[in-house]
Write a protein that binds this ligand. Sequence first.
Ligand SMILES: [Zn+2]
Length: 216
Amino acid sequence: MKNIILIAPPGAGKGTISNYLVEHYGYVHVATGDLLRCEIKTNSPLGQEIEEIISKGHLVPDDMVIQLVWKKLEQIHNKPFILDGFPRTLEQAKVLEIMLQNLHFNCMIVYLDVDVKTVLKRIEGRKICNQCQKVYNIYSEELKPIQEGLCDNCGGVLVKRSDDDKEKMKVRFQIFEENITSILDFYRSQNELQVIPASTSSIRDIVNKIINEAKF
Ligand SMILES: [Zn+2]
């Protein structure tokens, strides 16, 4: 299986798709958000620095994120990985490319093409179990609970997630769109890009398309 760099706007279902690839195809999920949170927990000097930056509401500088991604990728042995949450800018894409070459990793770039209308609708339908945190979506045949309002796993009550705010999501989507064209142009010039139309596809279809491309 090829390594995957997964690029998608917020709310496109990256988390669900990554989980599927981890559970069924042996991928390691490398999410930069998780790496940052983990480093803060270890209370290392770098972790302390990152915590201070985030608490001020600033963005964590590229070199710090790259350092964490590098450390993580060095620990992965003979397992394919999905990189999620990075790169978000052209600069980051260029730095990442150099790092991957140095580590001798070949990657396929997967871009999930989703429009803002679809994302906002998904956000509207998204519910999370207040007990086990399982994520549902009442507008998706694959992700809606068997019994309305209740978790299939544990019977917990399904509630809205606190960060699922439509206005905030619009802003995050806009920031994403400002950077995405140059990132995609960069990868297109290197012939590594797979664009997957994801607005109308089910998660199952998207995963199948990714796996088909990743097999060779
Ligand atoms: Zn539950």
